[in-house]
Structure formats: structure tokens, C-alpha cells
Write a protein that binds this ligand. Structure first.
Ligand SMILES: NC(=O)c1ccc[n+]([C@@H]2O[C@H](COP(=O)([O-])OP(=O)(O)OC[C@H]3O[C@@H](n4cnc5c(N)ncnc54)[C@H](OP(=O)(O)O)[C@@H]3O)[C@@H](O)[C@H]2O)c1
Length: 257
């Protein structure tokens, strides 16, 4: 089966392409790096020729409110138009658990817009709602700085390893479209501020993490369970401590391209 992975050079995309190829699928990594741009439409018609499935794991280069909205709207619109012309039978997109409750955040308004376009299109689809990636914990600290300290709400949090995200997305991509949302998450629950504190300590990052009930998550107010999936979610296997040990053992490397 020919499966085009939009954002195939990214954190999830690069892992997904490898896993699909291991299962003997013809997986194509498509991104500006390989001459496929969903904003300009460069290379899109060519790469989609003969594709059965498209998995969109791209992300916006800029997270400014207006830029991220423009990215996901334009990219998704272009993709769906070109997929319709190419006869693609399954559109899979990666989004985030709790997205619909996070509309106060510019990033999440863009993800809501992306999901709306997918639901309104005539292409059968599966939207995967994942929890935060372990790999994103430092990034989360970076976007939660107030006066030189990391301010995070003490809410529940069930993050997962990028490898497990890619495995779950791969399984969904080769299955029947659900025409709805599938939730995936990590095997354990934590408190958001506690886990980010632990991650920064492991990185020897001296920033202080404050448990602040008024703090926003990516610009939005969250309640205790906003970021955790329902009981029906499919859970990854990798526990945080295992991931931490494995990532500490790895030689730092640049993102795959
Ligand atoms: N961070 C989290 O914890 C989390 C949790 C749940 C869901 N998600 C979702 O997961 C998705 C993937 O995130 P990620 O961290 O794997 O992304 P990432 O590593 O930042 O990779 C982004 C990818 O998008 C590609 N891209 C950028 N502009 C493009 C364009 N115009 N046309 C085609 N491709 C383009 C990039 O290609 P180049 O390398 O060629 O520039 C790259 O392959 C996002 O949609 C995000 O919302 C994230």
C-alpha cells in the first residue's frame, strides 16, 4: 500500500516512515525537505499519485497565533483538494487530546480548524488525538516561562513516547477509517508540573518549576483532566523512567531530515 507521510522528516513522521516500511508498505516521507510543500502545493500532485493513504504529521514552523492558523488551514485545504483529485481513500491526521477544550490557545484554534476541514471533507478519515510527547517536555517548559520561571498548572498529565505515537498512528493508518477521533496516551499519569520538573532536572536545566493553579497551558486555562484521555484510549507501552534512561544513553543527534 502506498502511504504518503506529510511531515515525514519530523519527530513522529520519521519514526512512522521507518515503521511502515518495516511492515512492507511503500511509505513516502513528504515535506519541504524532499520537495513537497503543502502550503505552496509544490510536488503534491506527483507524490500523491497512486497513494491509498495520507498521514498528516506536519507542524507549523511558526506558532504565532495568526501564522499557525494560516498554516493548518492552508495546508489541510490543499491536502484535501489534492487527495480528492488523486483518489486517496484514507486521510489520517495527528492532533492533541483535549483540543476541543483549548480554544483559548492560538495553537489549538488552528488544530480545531484543521480537524473541522477534515470532518467536512468527503475523504474517509481518522483523527488521532495523542497526549503530549515525552520529547516535548522541555519545549513545554520553554513556552511556559513567566518572569524567568516555568509556571505550570498542577493538572493530570499522561504523556507518551514519540515511538509509541508513531506505532499507534501506523496501525490506524493501515486500518479502516474511523471517521472520528481515536485517543492515544501514555501508560502512566503524572502531575504536569512534577514531570516537567523531573525532565529539567535530568537535563541539568536549572530553571525552577512553579505549580501555579492560575498558569495557562499553551495560552489556555485547563482543568484537572483536560490533558488526559478517556479510559477507552489506546495506551503506549513505554514508561517515563524507561524513556528517560534510553534518551540519556543516546548520543545527542540532530532531528532526522
Ligand atoms: N508536541 C506534542 O506533544 C504533540 C502532542 C500531540 C500531537 N501533536 C501533533 O503532532 C504533529 C507532529 O508534530 P512533530 O513534533 O512530529 O512535528 P515536527 O517534528 O516539528 O515536524 C514538523 C514536520 O512538518 C513539516 N512541514 C513543515 N512545513 C511544511 C509544509 N509547508 N509542507 C509539508 N510539510 C511541512 C516539516 O518538514 P521539514 O523538515 O521539511 O521542514 C516536518 O517534517 C503536530 O501536528 C502536532 O500538533 C504534538
Amino acid at each position: 500500500m502506498k502511504i504518503v507521510v506529510i511531515g515525514g522528516s519530523g519527530l513522529i513522521g520519521s519514526r512512522l516512515v521507518i515503521k511502515l516500511r518495516e511492515h512492507k508498505h511503500e511509505a513516502i516521507a513528504a515535506s519541504p525537505n524532499s520537495g513537497v510543500n503543502t502550503i505552496t502545493t509544490e510536488g503534491l500532485a506527483e507524490v500523491l499519485k497512486g497513494a491509498s493513504v495520507v498521514v498528516d504529521v506536519s507542524n507549523s514552523p511558526s506558532w504565532d497565533d495568526a501564522a499557525v492558523l494560516k498554516f493548518f488551514e492552508t495546508s489541510t485545504r490543499n491536502l484535501l483538494t489534492y487527495e480528492t483529485a488523486a483518489g486517496v481513500r484514507h486521510h489520517v491526521a495527528l492532533s492533541v487530546v483535549g483540543t476541543e477544550q483549548l480554544s483559548a490557545s492560538g495553537y489549538f484554534r488552528a488544530k480545531i480548524a484543521q480537524e473541522k476541514l477534515i470532518k467536512e471533507s468527503s475523504i474517509p478519515y481518522s483523527i488521532v488525538h495523542a497526549t503530549q510527547f515525552f520529547e516535548f517536555l522541555k519545549g513545554l517548559a520553554d513556552i511556559s516561562m513567566v518572569g524567568g520561571k516555568v509556571h505550570l498548572p498542577p493538572v493530570l498529565f499522561q504523556p507518551m513516547a514519540a515511538d509509541d505515537v508513531a506505532s499507534a498512528v501506523g496501525r490506524i493508518a493501515v486500518g479502516q477509517p474511523v471517521n472520528g477521533i481515536v485517543e492515544i496516551g501514555g501508560p502512566e499519569q503524572f502531575r504536569l508540573d512534577e514531570l516537567v520538573r523531573e525532565r529539567l532536572a535530568a537535563l541539568k536545566d536549572p530553571r525552577e518549576v512553579i505549580a501555579d493553579p492560575e498558569a495557562l497551558y499553551s495560552g489556555a486555562k485547563v482543568s484537572l483532566r483536560t490533558l488526559v484521555p478517556d479510559k477507552t484510549a489506546r495506551l503506549g507501552e513505554t514508561r517515563f523512567e524507561t524513556w528517560l534512561t534510553q534518551s540519556a544513553a543516546q548520543i545527542p543527534r540532530r532531528k532526522a531530515s
